[in-house]
Structures are given as C-alpha cells and as structure tokens.
Design a protein around this ligand. Structure first.
Ligand code: PHB
Length: 393
C-alpha cells in the first residue's frame, strides 16, 4: 500500500515536472564539434559518418541511457570551436565533447573540458602535444610522430639516401618533419632540405621546383586530410616523378576519401599510416561495406575510423561506469581500454591517453580498377614516440 502511494506520488511529481533532473539524466549527450564546411569539410564528413555508423550498428541506448549526438559545425575556426564547446557544456549540458578536426580546434576546447570536467574525445587531430593540454582528453585518432616513424625507417632501408621534406606549417606538420629528420637521420640518411607551406591556400609549386633542382632520392610529405588532391596534382604537373624523385608520405596525403580521384600520379606512392580501407580483415571489409552503403558510396578514410572508434570508447566507458556520466569516471574507464578495431588491435595508453596501434607500410596500387593503399609491412603496437622518449628521459 505504502509503495503504491509512493509510486503514485512519484508519477504526479513527474507529471508536474518536479523531477525532470532525474529524467534528464537518462540521456547522455555527446557534443560532436567538427569542420562540416570549409577546407577541412571532408574530415567533418568522415568523422561524423563514422560516429553515426557506430550508433546505427550498436543502438542508441547504453547502460540504460539514451545517447544523443549533437553535431555542430565549427567551420575549422578555433574561436568558433571554443564558443561551441562552451555553449554545449553550459546550455546543452553535454556529458562528452568529441570530434576536433584540426589541432588548433582540439587545443581551443581543452580549457573548456578541464574546467567543466567533461571528457574531450579527440577523433581526428593528431599533434603529439594535444593530450597533454587537459587530463580530460582521450584520443582515438593517432599522432604524426607515431605514423611518420614508419615511413622514415622504411626509407632508410630502401635505397633512399638523400631526402627532402615538405610539410604543412602547423602542429602536425612540424611533428612530422621533426620525426622524419630524426628517424631518417638515425638510420644514416641525409636530409637535403626542409620546407613548410601555409595551411591556408597552400601553393606547393615553388617548393616542388626547389626539390626538383636539388634532386634528392625522395621527398617526404605531410599535408592534412583533404589537401592531398591539390598536392598530388602539383607534384604531377611539376614533373618530379619523371625527374626521379620518389614520393613518400604519411597516409594523410593518400587519404582514402580522395585517393580514387588522384589518378595515375598516386600509383606507387609509399606511405605509412594506421588505417587503410584495404586493410585485409573481415571486420574491416564489413565496416567499409556498411560505411559505403550508409554514405552514398563514400569510402571511409582514417578520419571515419577515428569517429567510429571514438564512439566505441564512449559506449564502452558508459558500460563500465554503469551509466555514470561523471567525467573523471568516464576518462578513467577509457584508460587502458583495448579492443580489435577495424584498423587492427588498439589500446588507450593509461598514462598518456593516446592510442597505441599498428602502423602499416603501404603502396598505392589499383585493386579491381580502383586505387587503394595496399599494406605490405607493419610496425606493431606503436605508442606516440615523443611521449615514449620523454618517459625514458
Ligand atoms: C591536425 O590538424 O591535427 C590534423 C588534421 C588532419 C590530418 C592530420 C592532422 O590528416
């Protein structure tokens, strides 16, 4: 009897809107901030499609809570990212911030995450330092030093003695350049020249002309996802390949999203990266097929996988906390998490909150008439080398 009265009182209170806070807690809100327009729109498209596919496959209820994804376009501008992060935290009361298509955008949100004690799941941006900017940052993408190490070692062992570097002039490019110079140098290689091009409206022409005159065995290149097509066109037009200069890159340049449109110029380009749409596992074949089906044939690139696995981290963390959305508990739950991703095995390093993963060496080849990054070698379980070296002291 007493129970019944209590229940009746509770439903009355509910109807009167007196206990909405309890109800509101039944929803877990994820604020997904991405460049959906502007020069990095391909990153936004890929990450958001990856996150949405994960939800479509795994349902929108976790540990009894409904997951609500709130997608915001920051246009690739850091001021906008920061304002959106603040609004999402204060007004929408999101439990998790996620996305972040470029390094400056991930950095802009870091103080907001720290102050609000809300996890910031970085699904795309890849400068090593990012995770050090807030104890609430966990990364599902990669770092540039992590992937650059692979191609720098490969070059030294494959008859490349003299190399030039060409990178985009901001965080990830500088990380890539430093790592290449260090690792290629340690293997006995000679770095002939280093060049940096602006992120906005890059003109690679003058740099490529200089490289052509220097005649190194290879040029190592990093440009962020979305810019590889422009670069490849200029590389071809300047005739570097004909001059005998090999092109070696991180997988950001031979991005799976743009690769089919790059044509002949991309064939034979060697790269290292953590994900290829051609990764030959059953799980990846199913992922690529489902992604293409859900997105009008768009091929997933590494950004899509960052979004997909980032959602997985959030889902699994909620399961571990039994639906508790406390930010410290969620981040703690993500630390040390290991699973088989469509890219291969991954672990969230409990100390750095970066992702430890395989880095594959690949070559662009036509498979059934379409260009892919075909993997032919692997460095297993690679941590972010910058933080690994700092730890060693
Ligand atoms: C970054 O800004 O951190 C970034 C963006 C795109 C990439 C890699 C790094 O492909």
């Amino acid at each position: 009897m007493r129970m019944r009265i209590l229940k009746a009182a509770a439903s009355l209170a509910l109807a009167a809107g007196l206990i909405t806070p309890a109800l509101a807690e039944e929803v877990v809100k994820i604020g997904l901030i991405l460049p959906m327009t502007g020069p990095s729109a391909s990153t936004g498209r890929q990450v958001s499609a990856g996150a949405k596919l994960y939800m479509a496959e795994h349902g929108d209820t976790v540990a009894g809570k409904k997951i609500e994804l709130i997608l915001k376009d920051d246009t690739g501008t850091a001021d906008v990212t920061k304002r959106l992060a603040q609004e999402l935290v204060v007004r929408d009361k999101v439990n998790v911030l996620a996305g972040f298509g470029l390094t400056p955008l991930a950095l802009a949100a870091a103080p907001v995450a720290t102050q609000a004690k809300v996890p910031e799941v970085v699904m795309a941006a890849a400068t090593s330092i990012i995770t050090e900017k807030s104890p609430f940052i966990v990364r599902s993408s990669f770092t540039l030093p992590q992937v650059t190490k692979g191609i720098a070692q490969w070059a030294g062992k494959n008859e490349i003695k003299r190399a030039s570097t060409l990178v985009t002039d901001y965080g990830p490019g500088i990380d890539a350049e430093k790592t290449f110079v260090e690792v290629f140098g340690a293997g006995g290689g000679e770095v002939v020249s280093t060049a940096r091009v602006p992120l906005q409206n890059p003109d690679f022409g003058p740099f490529l002309q200089k490289v052509k005159d220097e005649k190194p065995d290879a040029v190592f290149v990093f440009v962020p996802s979305g810019f590889g097509g422009v670069f490849m066109k200029q590389f071809r037009d300047r005739g570097l390949a004909d001059a005998g200069v090999k092109l070696i890159v991180t997988g950001d340049v031979t991005d799976d999203d743009l690769l089919p449109a790059m044509g002949e110029a991309a064939v034979g380009v060697t790269s290292s990266h953590h994900y290829s749409a051609a990764h030959p596992s059953e799980a990846n074949k199913a992922f690529v097929a489902a992604f293409e089906k859900a997105n009008d044939g768009m091929r997933p690139n590494f950004m899509a996988v960052g979004g997909y696995d980032g959602m997985r981290l959030i889902y699994e963390a909620l399961k571990k906390t039994d639906g508790d959305t406390n930010g410290v508990k969620l981040v703690d739950a993500m630390k040390g998490m290991s699973f088989e991703s469509v890219r291969g095995p991954v672990t969230i390093d409990p100390e750095t909150r970066d992702i430890v993963q395989n880095v594959y060496i690949r070559k662009v080849e036509a498979v059934d008439g379409k260009l892919y990054n075909v993997e032919f070698d692997v460095l297993e379980a690679v941590p972010d080398p910058v933080k690994a070296a700092a730890k060693k002291g």
